[in-house]
Design a protein around this ligand. Structure first.
Ligand SMILES: CC(C)(COP(=O)(O)OP(=O)(O)OC[C@H]1O[C@@H](n2cnc3c(N)ncnc32)[C@H](O)[C@@H]1OP(=O)(O)O)[C@@H](O)C(=O)NCCC(=O)NCCS
Length: 267
């Protein structure tokens, strides 16, 4: 699975393919790779791993000589976030959730955010510490806005007095362990904005979506992210080796989780 994930960055895929050539280039290895690719392509049909799809198709074609069909979109009711009971604003035919807290308003990303997101995500601290593409291009910001609200993922732009401060998202890819991710633009850091946003989004997750747990992970050494999570009430669980990918490399990460009764009030 790690290998298939690495296909998103061709240079990394090449490196992993060389490193594990002994295994991947056996009959069993090739078969296992084809099965993994077929499963991932099915998941693409359910709206997951969209950014991986071109690489998955290309690799499947290399292995089998056949262009995989684009599966029709499926609906998997178990994987869909229940409709939120929070304030819901309707934008066109899409529902976007809007949350507010003491100082902040969190709203769905819009086309007008693309330039700002592109500029902020040139910050190497964000590229190093999150799973955003690196280097980060305008097309990545366009994709961020386009895929903000997919049912498996809800993304918010964090604003303070109408000014954009950062972004936060709740990922529902693993329905047993939804996860939270966030970044704050350089100019807005150090004023408790991340803590307030994480606390508010987790409350929405528990109270409005009925989530039983929310998970958090950060690259080992990301003390700022750990401080934010701990202040919101997340309990640290340990370190997973080489379990996340950022800037094209696999990294060790800290993991933690939050149960509804552990969520702290906004400081
Ligand atoms: C991590 C990040 C979101 C924190 O945003 P922020 O709005 O500055 O965080 P807060 O102001 O809410 O800080 C919360 C706590 O973290 C502490 N903190 C902030 N930066 C820290 C650092 N570099 N080292 C240790 N603690 C730090 C603060 O002191 C604060 O604790 P305090 O209130 O007891 O003083 C921001 O630094 C960022 O975007 N970093 C790059 C992207 C990233 O790492 N995202 C998380 C990926 S898991």
């Amino acid at each position: 699975m790690l290998y298939v994930n690495s296909l998103r960055v061709p240079a990394v895929a090449e490196r992993v393919r060389k490193e594990f050539a002994d295994i991947l280039e056996t009959d069993a290895g090739r078969l296992a790779e084809q099965i993994a690719l077929a499963e991932m392509l099915q998941a693409v049909g359910r709206g997951w791993y969209e950014e991986l799809a071109p690489h998955l198709r290309q690799r499947a074609e290399e292995l089998t000589g056949v262009t995989p069909p684009t599966p029709p979109p499926e609906r998997d009711p178990d994987m869909t976030v229940p409709p939120p009971r929070a304030t819901v604003a309707t934008k066109g035919s899409e529902e976007t959730v809007r949350l507010s807290s003491r100082r902040l308003v969190m709203r769905g990303p819009e086309a007008g955010d693309i330039d700002w997101v592109t500029t902020e995500l040139q910050d190497l601290e964000i590229q190093r510490n999150t799973t955003v593409p690196s280097p980060y291009a305008r097309a990545d910001a366009e994709r961020f806005v386009r895929n903000a609200n997919t049912g498996q993922r809800t993304k918010f732009i964090i604003t303070e007095s109408g000014q954009r401060a950062g972004a936060i998202s709740l990922h529902m890819h693993d329905k047993r362990a939804p996860s939270i991710g966030y970044w704050i633009g350089k100019a807005a850091r150090g004023r408790g904005i991340a803590t307030e946003a994480v606390t508010r989004v987790c409350r929405w997750g528990f109270e409005d979506l009925g989530l039983p747990i929310i998970t958090w992970s950060a690259k080992v050494g990301n003390e700022a992210s750990r401080a934010v999570a701990a202040k919101a009430g997340f309990q640290m669980e340990g370190t997973l080796r080489l379990r996340s990918m950022s800037q094209g490399a696999l990294r060790d990460c800290w993991v933690g989780s939050l149960l509804p009764h552990e969520l702290r009030d906004i400081p």
